[in-house]
Design a protein around this ligand. Structure first.
Ligand code: TXA
Ligand code: MG
Length: 340
């Protein structure tokens, strides 16, 4: 692809942003979770360009972003009542529903699967762009494939400057980890990726929810997780990561005793004084899981600009949105986890 100059747009530029989508271009879109790499979800060529810009494997399907529940029937069929219980409670918001697709959804979006992921982002300016363009926006996270997801326009430009037409800057993301993905084509519904809407919140609406194995452990070679993207090494900084799980005082002590001269540390705010002389990325107080979610990808990205040979991380707990944070951290570590 020829290098293009990436324009910076703001919420005043909805018309320009929508025109880029209509003309088959690539647009960085803000959402409450992470920035996305968007294109017209009904235009095969535009969707192929997303895969090229990201270096994304072809077998990894994209999510379609829509401005409201009314658009579900345009692209999905056999929609169960449960879907509407969920959209009423959680849309617009960080929940992606996997539903049977209608034929007009291009194969390029679904990687040939009979299902499609549908999401209505909480970010108002992005919903306006979709409405103005009058087409769903297909968008993966706006990082180069394998890199941590971008939680600001600046992060996204670090990976995509010159590869996309424009980025719509709406400030930093308020959630900071990607949407929850829930497969509604199976019984009980299955959590494929933990995210901004928690497992506990889903269970309150649905009763039983199964959790896909790929959420909590490394897939063996040849094993196929239900969300194709969960099999790839992901969210990874360049240096290897070790996650240390347990009581925060114990994990801090464990790391101090074992870290090397050029180790970096991801830790809770309360412990940042423990690792003097080392690059430290605090991710928030022990009990503030929402802040940990907002800061985890930044922390992982930050080490790529620092001289570290390896990275140690204190593990958050995996209740609430913590399940999404530990999932991203564990994946960055290739599930290299030590319990103390
Ligand atoms: O918060 C988010 O979901 C962000 C923002 C931009 O909306 N998007 C995002 O997209 O995280 P992406 O492409 O990075 O992750 C989508 C995940 C991948 O793991 C993919 O395999 C899975 O969703 N997925 C998409 N369609 C699917 C389908 N039909 N069945 C199963 N998994 C699917
Ligand atoms: Mg992604």
């Amino acid at each position: 692809m020829n290098a293009v100059e990436t324009k910076r747009l703001t919420s005043a530029d909805v018309e320009t942003a929508a025109a880029i989508i209509r003309s088959g271009g690539l647009l960085g879109i803000p959402t409450e979770t992470v920035y996305g790499l968007g294109a017209d979800g009904l235009n095969q060529e535009a969707v192929h360009a997303i895969f090229r810009a990201k270096g994304r494997p072809q077998d990894n399907p994209l999510i379609l972003h829509v401005p409201g529940t009314e658009w579900l029937e345009r692209y999905c069929e056999n929609i169960p009542d449960k879907a509407y219980d969920l959209t009423e409670k959680f849309w617009p918001g960080p929940l992606t529903l996997i539903l049977p697709r209608k034929p007009q959804v291009p194969d390029a979006v679904t990687a040939g699967l009979p299902t499609v992921g549908m999401r209505c982002p909480a970010c108002e300016v992005t919903r306006l762009v979709i409405q103005k363009a009058d087409t769903p926006i297909a968008a993966p996270s706006g990082n180069t494939s394998g890199r941590p997801s971008p939680t600001s326009a600046q992060d996204m430009l670090e990976d995509m400057d010159g590869k996309i037409d424009a980025i719509l800057d709406d400030g930093p993301c308020s959630v900071g980890v990607e949407s929850t993905i829930l497969d509604l084509t199976v019984t009980p519904p299955r959590l494929l990726r933990p995210g901004g809407v928690t497992l506990e919140e889903l269970e309150e609406v649905l009763g039983e929810v199964a959790v896909d194995d790929a959420v909590r452990r490394l897939m063996a070679p040849g094993e196929q997780p239900k969300a194709p993207g969960m099999k790839y090494r992901h969210y990874a900084p360049k240096a290897p990561v070790t996650v240390v799980k347990g009581d925060p005082d114990m994990t801090a002590g464990y790391i101090v005793a074992r870290m090397g001269e050029k180790s970096g540390v991801i830790c809770f705010d309360e412990f940042k004084g423990y690792f003097r002389g080392h690059p430290v990325e605090p991710i928030g107080p022990v009990h503030d899981q929402a802040e940990q979610a907002r800061r985890i990808f930044d922390a992982l990205r930050a080490f790529d600009h620092l001289e570290v040979t390896d990275i140690w991380a204190q593990s958050p707990t995996d209740d609430g949105i913590g399940l999404a944070v530990t999932n991203r951290l564990n994946k960055a570590a290739g599930f290299h986890i030590i319990e103390v």
